[in-house]
Design a protein around this ligand. Sequence first.
Ligand code: ADP
Length: 468
Amino acid sequence: MFSRPLRDLTHTVGFRLTLWYSGMFILSMSMLFGLIYLILSASLKQQDHEMIQSRLRELSTVYAQGGVEALEREVSGEKKFKKRNAFLVRVADSGNRTVFLILPYQWADFDFKVLEEKSFDGWFKLFSRTGKDVLEVASSPLAFRYTLQVGKSTEDREKVLRNFLRIFVAALIPLVLLGFVGGIFLSYRSLRPIRQLTETVRSISSGRMDARAPMLRSRDELGDLVILFNSMVEKIERLIRAMRESLDNVAHDLRTPMTRMRGIAEMALRSDGDVEASREALADCLEESDRILKMLNTLMDISEAESGTMTLELREVKVRDVMKKVMDLYGYVAEEKELHIETRCPEDLSFVVDPLRIGQALANLLDNAVKYSPWGGNVEVTAEQKGDGVLIAVKDAGIGMGPGELPRIWDRLYRADQSRSQKGLGLGLSLVKAIVEAHKGEVGVSSEPGKGSVFTLYLPLHASSDAL
Ligand code: ADP
């Protein structure tokens, strides 16, 4: 029945909002009008009744002073002097026969004989033959069982009320139209950010990950939503890029040992049953598969630590003890390279950590410091309390790194070009960062090419329980 664009419009939130607003507007305006109408009508009625009653009192006094003649004189005198004579005045005798009746000419349509046919007390209404006009009449007993009746038409007040109704309708129609058009315009404008967000989501789902919703000038709820949405998309894009890169890196780094293993196996098969050559090939394969396994295990450890599923065996340990265990492990490598390792740590400084994991992180840092230091260099490992945490620093005077490399060294499988000559998987620092952050700590680095590097781990004295 409706054309498509119209159907689309009627299905919009904006249209529904406008309908609601207009409906509420018309309802509240009508209620307000109804109330004003009732108050106005009641006060006009009261005013009419007061006028009738005051006229009734006046004429009763005239009657009391001079009887029916004086009353007749008073009422017809008014007529003569063209005083506004809007009152019906009737005097009836004890048998309800009209003694005299004054009627303003415009009430000719009323059948006043009714007044004689029935006796009325107090207030009553008299309807015209057409039923459209109404006379309100008040009765009051006079001396000698006479009755005085004074009435007034409700026409004046109905005219006022009719005018009021006409003005209201005349004002309401353009107001409702204006409200409806204004409502559509306002809701169209205020829902624009939502439409832009929808457009952006559509673009993103069609593969354009760089699409962003236009920022709003206003910092209202929608403005905040757009900022949050954009930063969320930014984060997702960064994560996807990082995941893609690390998948590429893993594939790339797996290809080398796998190709090597395949080559070794092929060579062994071609060796025509030479047992020694086969044994050697198997040993080489074992070494390569160990390397692959180590890489995969470290990757899994990093993922576990980053996702918070790594089980941390938290307990209170002395920082010095953790450091000593690592030193013992690396002492002989340092000796081989004639390195001098100096350690400094307060005797009673302790923290609540998983000592194995923190030891692993410290070992990775020390491994790098040894690896990237020249022969006979110096390495310093220090620990001190800083605020509510322990700051561990590993300083070397090795090859160092340029500012361009620093942000990338924490990425999985990243290895700087100058370190390719050294053994390594490019996973050591990623694991350090993941372990420290699982302890709610922070990692830091400062380095200068050719001068050396300082890696720092800041660990809270008490790792929070949600790290568990
Ligand atoms: P790798 O197994 O290659 O050492 P890491 O994740 O431990 O992997 O380190 C990533 C890269 O950071 C290294 O390849 C190296 O380029 C750089 N790096 C780490 N530690 C040092 C250091 N002490 N001195 C200089 N470069 C370092």
